[in-house]
Every structure is written in structure tokens, then in C-alpha cells.
Design a protein around this ligand. Structure first.
Ligand code: NAP
Length: 577
């Protein structure tokens, strides 16, 4: 692999860029400084005065979410008073793909994990629907001899047809290269990948992770390529499943953020938007690579994956200790979240969960909410700041380098999840209760997740997707159908590692702080209650809900080939390198 030295010769050093004043400084950094001195956490429970959330979030909002296109009709939306631009998806836009992909003959998709199979098949189908099959080819790049090679072949990508080849051959051939190998592999292979790309080609990422790695390494992308991002806010199986369901209506899918980090050819925005339309994203919003990796790595560690895992483990034990049978404890924790609570939030938002309850239920919800919000904020802040300073990315890269000696463990073999298998087998959907205590703890975690993002300066589209929509419309449905391991382990290695690391921290803080406080008689915190009921997020989410997929995801209990089945078992990275 002779690339690293060569490419490092081509990359621009960060110091030189900063000296030349070319660095990209996201607006959120300035906003971060404004809110840095505010205190959050257990203080709220003690009733101390603090700046109200609505005051806090009205500052410095929104402009970074605006964009224009010369091909697609971009709409302005007002999210909690902030103007942002979105591109609405739909199969009726496929006709514009020819223009968006002008000059692109080969779209290379390297990687067949969670995103690879979904994105490659969706784009291939969209190109076919647009009548472009003869002009644009989707070609998969993989390591020969791996199970993923066979899976891709079974999905119709074959060597014979020129739509399947070795990773680095495909890198070199691609006009648009979608780099969907694991983030850990991107961290070690990027010099070689960049060296192999054609000048003028477009590097497409589905995560800003690589930028975080390169920042830690002190290097940047070479100058003569475009660098764009389209990041679906959900796992690959959801991206594919909803796209397939959407074929009978005008499309359906998972929302995506997009970013243009480097526009060498002058049409990088159109290429990125075309990619997102071809994936079937119901709406696409703008971000930056940096904002994306911060919010994404953070969000999946909080309520999207790590938070929810920690919550249900702690609640299951609590309910059993209070005398419930194991089955009832599972039903009142996991089933309640992935069933009625999830469905209400998905369609009507978080406040509707509270409004659905009777007087006594509302009181229980608010007590649980009041006690859980501060301890959840505490962990959320720690996660955000560890991500923002580069520590979490280093931790992921280090962990993947240890995989051969310490592979990732399984997460669904405990008694609780075995009970869950039996509960799911006997489930009567309508009988699943909306447990008010569970709802209070879960919604507090969501609110803590989004409050931290807002305080750190992210725009509303990103916040709603990284804290709420991805959880309720993409991931929780899989936990409902298949349990926790399927939900977690169909996400990226980055997400899986983060869930294993931070889930137990949420569990610990809830048990040690929130539940103890409640058991010691802590009541409703009126200030927190009013802030929750009047929070700007409810109106922002209502606008996003209008743009939600036109069909509900329907998850089968048996995964088909092509949904990334080859990835769910750990495989030695050294053995496969
Ligand atoms: N998973 C999600 O839900 C999700 C959501 C949004 C964005 N993303 C982003 O999408 C990208 C892909 O993530 P993913 O979860 O889909 O995939 P992944 O499971 O993390 O990666 C799997 C793929 O990486 C390949 N790979 C690993 N090491 C390699 C090496 N040394 N050389 C070549 N290939 C190697 C594997 O090859 P083999 O097939 O040979 O094993 C496999 O095809 C990441 O940037 C991720 O952050 C993921």
C-alpha cells in the first residue's frame, strides 16, 4: 500500500490552510461559546434558577441550514422560527437524475455492510426508473472471497456484467465513489483510497467520521476532487425497506443530511442532491461534515441507541425488583417504548405521549421525567464533548484495531432478552401498555439528547433527525420486531461500539440518581415541566412530521439477502485486510 506517503504529499496541512484563512469554521462553534457557561444537570432538580431553554435556543439559529440548487426545487421551511432549506424527495424527481449525474458514468459503491446493499440497490433501481441504465452503471467494490461478495452477486451485481469488482479497482474507476466501508477501515485506508481516485471524481461519504480522523491526523482531502456527504438518518435495512415500500406510492425512505465539503467541479451540490433523491430520502437537509459527525456519533450514543439500551435494561431490573413477573417487566419497559410510545412520537410527537395519559399517569410521567432529565443531560454533555474534541473517534479507531484480540461481544443473550423473545412470540399489539413511568424516563432522555444538540448550535433539521426521527422511524421498529441486537448491530461499527460503551453509563446514572431520587420522594419539577410542555422542539417536529414517509415501515421477522446479512457477525479485520 504505497498510497499513504504519496497522498500525504498531496494533502494540504491544516496549519497552512488556517494561515491562508481557508478553514471552514462552522457557525455552531461561535454559538457554542455563547452557551458554554450555562449550567445544566442535577441543578434543575434542586430548583436552581437558570436561563430558560426557549431563551437559550432562540440565539444564532438557522442560517447554516439554507441552500439552493439549479436543478431541484428547494423549499424553505420554518422550524421553530428558524428558516432552513429542504429538498423534498419522491419518485417524481427521478427524471432530474440525468442532469444531476451529468458526466457520471460509474457510481462505485465500496462496502457491503448496512448502507452498501441498501444504497447500491436503491440507486440502481432509481437509475433504472429514470431510464438511465444504459448511461450510468452502479458497480460494487469488495474484497473477493468474502461472504459480502456472494451476497452482492445474489443481488445481481456480478463480475460478468461489470457491476462487481475488487475494492481498489472500483475506487479507481468511479466518477462518483460512495465509500461505504466501515469507518475504522476508512481511517486506515483513506490515503490509499484518495491516491487511487481519478482527478475530478467525487468522493461520497455517508458519515463525517473520516473528516474527524483526518483532523486528528492533521491532513485534508486532496484539492482536485469533490468531497460530499449524504448521510441517511437510519440504518441500511430501513433505507432499503422503506424504498421498496415506497415503490407503490411516490416514494418513501429515510431522511438524509447532505454536505458539500469541497466543490472542485462546481456541481458538487447537484451530485449530492441527486444521490439523496436516488436513495429515496423523503427530505434532505443541509449540514457540514463536521456538524454531521458530531451530531451523528453523539446521537447514536444517546437516545437513538445507547440511551434507549441503558434505559430498558435499568427499567427491566427496577420493575422486576418491584414485583413484576419477568414478562411484565419486559412488556412495561421495552415493549412499551417500541410499541405505543414509539408510535405516538412518530406520528404526533413527544408531548402527545404526555397528553395521552390520564391525571395520575401524567403525574407519574412528570416525576420520572423530572428525575431523569438532569442525570441524562450529564451523560449527553460528556458524550458530545468527547465526540467534539476527537476523543470518541480515537476510541473507535483504537477499538477496531483491537478487534482481533477483543472482538465485539454479543448483547442479547442475557435473561432479559431471552424473556423478550418469548414475549415477542406471544405479543398482542393492542395489549401493550403505555407505561407512564417508562414514558417519562424515555422522553427525558430524548429531551436531554436534543437540548444538548441545540445548546451546541445544531440546526433543527439535524436535531429532530439525530435525536427523534431516526429513533422512532428507523431503529425502534427493529428492536420491536427483532430485539436489541438486531437494532444495534445493523448500525455501523462506530455506533455499535458507542452503544456498548455509553448504554451502561445511562443505566448507571438512572439507577444511581434518578430512581433513587424518586424512591426518596422527589416530586415534579415545575420549571422542567413547563419547559417541556412549551418547548420549541414540538413545533419543529410537527413540521418534520408533515414530511415523514408516506408509509410506516413494516419490518419482516426474516431478513432477506441484500440487507447486509454478511455484516452482523464479527469478522477479523486482520484476517480480512
Ligand atoms: N450502519 C448504519 O446504519 C449507517 C447509517 C448511516 C451512515 N453510516 C455510514 O455508512 C458507512 C458504512 O457503514 P456500514 O455500517 O454500512 O458498514 P460497516 O458494517 O461498518 O462496514 C462493512 C463493510 O466494510 C468493509 N471493510 C471492512 N474492512 C475493510 C478493509 N480493510 N478493506 C475493504 N473493505 C473493508 C467490509 O468488507 P467485507 O464485506 O469484506 O467484510 C464490509 O463490506 C460508514 O461511514 C457509516 O458511518 C452507517
Amino acid at each position: 500500500m504505497g498510497g499513504r506517503k504519496g497522498v500525504l504529499g498531496q494533502v494540504r496541512s491544516k496549519a497552512a490552510k488556517v494561515a491562508a484563512g481557508v478553514g471552514r469554521t462552522p457557525k455552531c462553534d461561535a454559538r457554542k461559546a455563547k452557551v458554554a457557561s450555562r449550567t445544566w444537570g442535577v441543578q434543575e432538580q434542586r430548583g436552581r434558577r437558570h436561563l430558560s431553554l426557549s431563551t437559550l435556543v432562540s440565539r444564532g439559529v438557522g442560517e447554516s441550514g439554507e441552500f439552493t440548487s439549479t436543478i431541484f426545487d428547494v423549499e424553505d421551511v420554518s422550524l421553530a422560527g428558524s428558516k432552513e432549506s429542504i429538498l423534498r424527495g419522491g419518485r417524481d424527481k427521478f427524471g432530474l437524475l440525468a442532469k444531476a449525474f451529468e458526466g457520471i458514468k460509474t457510481i462505485g459503491v465500496c462496502g457491503w455492510g448496512s448502507q452498501g446493499p441498501a444504497q447500491a440497490q436503491n440507486i440502481r433501481d432509481s437509475i433504472e426508473a429514470a431510464g438511465l441504465s444504459g448511461d450510468v452503471k452502479v458497480k460494487i467494490g469488495l474484497r473477493k472471497g468474502r461472504p459480502s461478495w456472494e451476497e452482492a452477486t445474489a443481488c445481481g451485481f456480478t463480475e460478468e456484467s461489470g457491476t462487481l469488482g475488487e475494492t481498489f479497482d472500483v475506487v479507481a474507476e468511479s466518477d462518483l465513489l460512495l465509500l461505504l466501508i466501515s469507518d475504522g477501515a476508512q481511517a486506515s485506508l483513506y490515503p490509499r483510497v484518495l491516491a487511487a481516485m481519478k482527478p475530478g471524481a467525487t468522493l461520497g461519504l455517508s458519515h463525517g467520521f473520516l473528516l474527524g480522523v483526518m483532523k486528528n491526523d492533521g491532513v485534508d482531502f486532496r484539492d482536485d476532487i469533490n468531497v460530499v456527504l449524504v448521510a441517511p438518518k437510519g440504518m441500511g435495512p430501513s433505507v432499503r425497506r422503506l424504498y421498496e415500500q415506497g415503490k407503490s406510492v411516490n416514494g418513501s425512505g429515510i431522511n438524509a443530511s447532505f454536505a458539500v465539503h469541497q466543490d472542485y467541479t462546481g456541481n458538487a451540490t447537484e451530485i449530492a442532491l441527486g444521490w439523496s433523491i436516488a436513495l429515496g430520502s423523503p427530505f434532505t437537509f443541509r449540514t457540514t461534515l463536521e456538524s454531521e459527525y458530531k451530531s451523528d456519533i453523539y446521537g447514536e450514543r444517546c437516545c437513538i441507541l445507547g440511551g434507549v439500551h441503558g434505559i430498558v435494561e435499568s427499567l427491566f431490573r427496577r420493575y422486576e425488583a418491584q414485583g413484576m413477573s419477568p414478562e411484565d417487566a419486559f412488556i412495561n419497559s421495552v415493549e412499551s417504548i417500541t410499541g405505543p410510545i414509539n408510535s405516538i412520537i412518530s406520528k404526533r410527537g413527544m408531548k402527545a405521549v404526555y397528553e395521552e395519559l390520564d391525571g395520575e399517569g401524567k403525574e407519574i410521567f412528570m416525576k420520572a421525567y423530572s428525575a431523569s432529565f438532569g442525570p441524562s443531560m450529564d451523560i449527553c454533555y460528556e458524550i458530545y464533548e468527547d465526540v467534539a474534541c476527537g476523543n470518541e473517534i480515537k476510541s473507535v479507531v483504537n477499538a477496531t484495531n483491537r478487534f482481533d484480540r477483543f472482538p465485539m461481544g454479543t448483547i442479547d443473550q442475557t435473561r432479559m432478552w431471552k424473556v423478550g423473545e418469548e414475549v415477542r412470540a406471544k405479543r398482542v399489539e393492542e395489549d401493550i401498555p403505555l407505561n407512564p413511568f417508562t414514558a417519562g424516563v424515555y422522553v427525558a432522555n430524548m429531551m436531554a439528547t436534543l437540548t444538548t444538540l441545540r445548546e451546541k448550535g445544531h440546526n433543527w433539521s439535524e436535531i429532530c433527525n439525530e435525536s427523534i426521527i431516526e429513533a422512532v422511524d428507523s431503529l425502534n421498529p427493529y428492536m420491536h420486531a427483532r430485539g436489541v441486537a438486531f437494532m444495534v448491530d445493523n448500525c455501523s461499527f462506530t455506533a455499535r461500539l458507542g452503544t456498548r460503551k455509553w448504554g451502561p453509563r445511562f443505566d448507571y446514572n438512572l439507577v444511581q440518581q434518578a430512581y433513587v431520587a424518586i424512591d426518596n420522594g422527589a416530586g415534579v419539577n415545575d420549571e422542567l415541566k413547563q419547559e417541556f410542555l412549551n418547548h420549541d422542539v414540538h413545533s419543529a417536529l410537527a413540521v418534520c412530521a408533515e414530511l415523514r414517509p408516506s408509509v410506516d415501515i413494516s419490518v419482516s421477522t426474516d431478513e432477506a439477502v441484500g440487507a447486509g446479512k454478511a455484516r452482523t457477525q464479527y469478522k477479523s479485520s486482520k484476517a480480512n485486510a
